[in-house]
Design a protein around this ligand. Sequence first.
Ligand code: FAD
Length: 417
Amino acid sequence: MVSEGNGSAGQADVVIVGTGHGGAQAAIALRQKGHEGSIMMIGRDSAPPYERPPLSKEYLAGDKGFERIMIRPEKFWADKDIELRLGSGVAEIDWMAHTVTLSDGNTIGYRKLIWSGGGDPRRLPCTGANRKNVFYVRDKRDADAMMAALEAGAKQAVVIGGGYIGLEAAAVLRKLGCGVTLVETESRVLKRVAGEELSRFYEEEHRRQGVEIRLERGVTEVVGEDRLATGVKLDNDEILPCDMVVVGIGIVPAVAPLIAAGAAGSNGVDVDFCCRTSLDDIYAIGDCAAHANPYADQAVIRLESVQNAHDMANTVAKAIMGDKEPYHALPWFWSNQYDLKLQTAGLSLGYDATVLRGDPESRKFTVVYLKEGRPIAFDCVGTMKDYVQGRKLLEKGIEKVDPELLADTDVPLKELI
Ligand code: FAD
């Protein structure tokens, strides 16, 4: 733990800010690649590094305890001589002096700094949003608070946001017997990340499971008594009664100290092909790192996925060890809702057509995203083979494919390579 004061609180060869997926993997990869210098991980979270995806899935449902979502057993970090400074935030960076200042005023020196700060949940911008039973789903504390509310008897939830996190939380809440109304401002759920076929399929599935969905509706107020929410007011003045509110409306990249220190970036922090920021000896990875992605025709994007955090961490570990191999990993993602498993390969950004492979009614199908006739992404619901073979197609860099062949489930995708 960190000592109080305004002095030096240590020094490490590599300092990693953030103890989430990217930070933890960067430390692991450095040791795997033979890095012998000291490594210190500094994280605001007071729990040792853990996986975030289960927070809206098995952990929230009570199916997996904390030990089963830890990235490594607690003693791993000491065994690998990786110092963990938990419950400690970095407030400032002096890149010329190669130091970071913690929120308690102490400074830590570094030779190389890896910033893996992820993002903070975007706050609901309306009156009443700070009531006690308004929950976000980003870290363990958030999930624990939701679980406590459910244990205390919450029976009716309003979920705000029809992205993956909102939908997954809705599925768990239904499984736990809680009534759910889901509010989405867009004309369909998952609009930002998926095509219409997938959106409509998940809307249908949630409705079948008892979720009420309100599309094209904004929230104007969280109404309540004292500090407790009792309802969510929509922009048509309707009030949805509830005893808990769950908000999943995206994240804001946690990069303020980096930007204040002068790093380039407008949506997160800009990084180059091996995840270097514009500041000497400072790398950035994961959710907060804006990079030119080869699977998005080199568009500069941020990806919010375990794959991206993990693979960028490996790129940085290699770079620090002298191997400047560019980041070029194929993006992939997954989401579990009810008994449905979605696996996504590639990025659908900029698609101009889709092909449906299989029948959504059977609850096993694939949506293929095309750009100028070329497959760029696959959303696979219960179609593991398509996912595995679709990944291979994308990695090989496939050109135009006959849409009829893509739609034909009797033609394995691997035959199109
Ligand atoms: P994080 O894992 O978020 O770690 C960032 C850490 O940095 C945090 O602990 C934060 O507290 C800390 N930090 C921030 N600023 C500071 C500071 N100034 N000082 C010290 N510490 C700081 N991805 C998938 O691929 N599949 C899924 O199914 C999936 N489900 C998800 C479900 C939920 C509920 C959430 C929240 C995310 C999910 N994701 C999923 C996304 C995935 O978890 C993230 O993309 C991944 O965690 C990003 O890793 P990261 O290291 O960039 O950030």
